[in-house]
Design a protein around this ligand. Structure first.
Ligand SMILES: [Zn+2]
Length: 471
């Protein structure tokens, strides 16, 4: 499994930075061209490979207009095609879910899934509709990146111990040398991202080389539920990553306050512009409404949150040989508009990072990650299976008359789903509901009422499953 590492430039000369920015801008035009021509159903969907695109452009002379070295635009074509292919693959995942929801006939499922896998979905009206829905035609928004092939860069350490990375510039045999703030030389294909006067060098290393890969996993099977005040709660009742709530609340407050201040400043600037004071408007826009500090703070927050999430997942894997969890990537559609709701944005992002951490840490440390259908796991009692009422962090089971910790109850339910032969990963939630309802109904008619407390018995008799309606 691959893990991304980032090295940063330090005290880079502005002239060199400007030259790199210009190269990235020109390569942005290459990307736009690729998206324009191949970013839709007729492009990658038809099985076109990046090599064929390159050959075509060499023949028709398209490449001559970019003003960059051959290796640079060829790598960029490859990168942009890979990006389009990844978009296509993500749309196929959504379409797969749609197929599984639509039919339970094995032959029909097989036919549609194989049509998807082999790119023959255009002919099937249902599949074509699903793909059109999820594969929105994209456009290139990347104008600040340079991809450098593994054999095109080198690095040397100077006498003061500083590491210099040399990458191709706009002219042949004129390398741009970038001082880095690390002593570990980046290897393999590099992605240089130019941001705020600084170069970020992204590269991948094999996770087996990481220190944490030598840490063994535990031997239990553990169910986990994602939370808001902590990253995960496990089925033993332990909470992991308890700093999450504070991190999210702090960031949310900070963002709300900042947005409020910026809105006010923006209106002052707009008023000044309307009254003819262009100098003042410009001053506010460039001094108080910039994006450099804002983006840095956001990056710092993301880094802290990632650390909290990864540490929490490591704690779980310390004791687990098998981690049972909800598939957190399932409803994680990048295209869905989140609007201005800051808390929702933060929660969605955290969910994505948690999914990534579960997959990455499990793979590194050798534990198994089992995804289960989590429908209603937070609304049913793990002991009797009945629907109950959740209020805050408590779960009230009207069947047992017991109050559980809501997320511990959910984690145990998730663990039990791993051995549930009726509820598969793709079972639609309405069907899950029917199954759960059926079980408690059976339970109720077959078994005598164990609990003789009059209040409970009466409630049960009057409203057999009223509590099922909650939430
Ligand atoms: Zn119960």
């Amino acid at each position: 499994m691959k893990v991304t590492r980032i090295a940063y430039s330090t005290a880079l000369n502005p002239g060199k930075y400007a030259a790199l920015v210009e190269q990235a801008r020109r390569l942005g035009r290459v990307r736009s061209e690729v998206w324009q021509r191949f970013g839709s159903v007729g492009g990658t969907g038809s099985g076109l490979k990046d090599r064929q695109v390159r050959d075509r452009w060499l023949v028709d002379g398209t490449h001559g207009s970019f003003g960059v070295l051959a290796n640079a635009w060829k790598e960029t074509v490859r990168d942009a095609m890979a990006h389009i292919a990844a978009n296509l693959a993500a749309a196929k995942v959504e379409a797969r879910w749609a197929v599984l929801r639509r039919t339970s006939d094995p032959a029909e499922r097989k036919r549609m899934l194989s049509a998807l896998a082999t790119d023959r979905w255009v002919a099937d009206p249902f599949l074509a509709r699903q793909m059109r829905k999820h594969w929105k035609r994209g456009r290139n928004r990347t104008h600040d990146q340079i991809v450098v092939r593994a054999d095109q860069h080198n690095s040397v350490v100077d006498r003061r111990g500083r590491l210099w990375l040399a990458v191709p510039g706009l002219e042949r045999r004129r390398m741009v040398r970038i001082p880095l703030s690390t002593t570990v030389a980046p290897a393999g294909t590099l992605r240089l991202i130019l941001r705020d006067g600084r170069v970020e060098v992204h590269y991948q290393i094999d996770s087996s080389q990481m220190r944490s890969s030598r840490r063994p996993c535990g031997n239990q099977t553990v169910g986990v539920d994602k939370g808001y005040s902590e990253v995960l709660t496990d089925s033993d009742g332990a909470r992991h990553g308890r700093g999450l709530g504070e991190l999210l609340a702090g960031e949310s407050d900070r963002l709300k306050e900042r947005n409020r201040r910026r809105a006010k400043l923006r209106s002052i600037a707009n008023n000044a512009a309307r009254d003819g004071d262009r100098a003042k408007a410009h001053r506010i826009r460039s001094n108080n409404l910039g994006t450099v500090k804002r983006d840095r703070q956001a990056a710092r927050h993301r880094a802290r949150l990632r650390t909290e999430v990864f540490n929490a997942v490591h704690r779980v894997v310390d004791k687990a040989a098998t981690v049972v969890a909800e598939d957190l990537t399932k409803h994680f559609t990048g295209r869905k508009r989140l609007g201005k709701n800051i808390n929702r944005r933060l929660a969605t992002w955290t969910k994505g990072v948690t999914a990534e951490a579960l997959a990455s840490v499990s793979a590194r440390r050798g534990s198994a990650l089992v995804h289960v259908n989590a429908a209603y796991t937070s609304q049913t009692c793990h002991r009797c299976g009945r629907f109950g009422r959740r209020s805050g962090d408590r779960f009230h089971c009207t069947g047992c008359g017991v109050v559980w910790q809501a997320d511990v109850n959910a984690a145990i339910n998730i663990l039990q789903r791993a051995g549930d032969s009726d509820i598969a990963l793709h079972t639609p939630y309405q069907k899950v509901r029917q199954i759960l309802q059926g079980r408690t109904d059976r339970h109720r008619t077959r078994l005598p009422v164990q609990d003789s407390s009059p209040a409970t018995a009466e409630r049960r008799a009057n409203h057999p499953n009223r509590s099922a309606m909650s939430n």
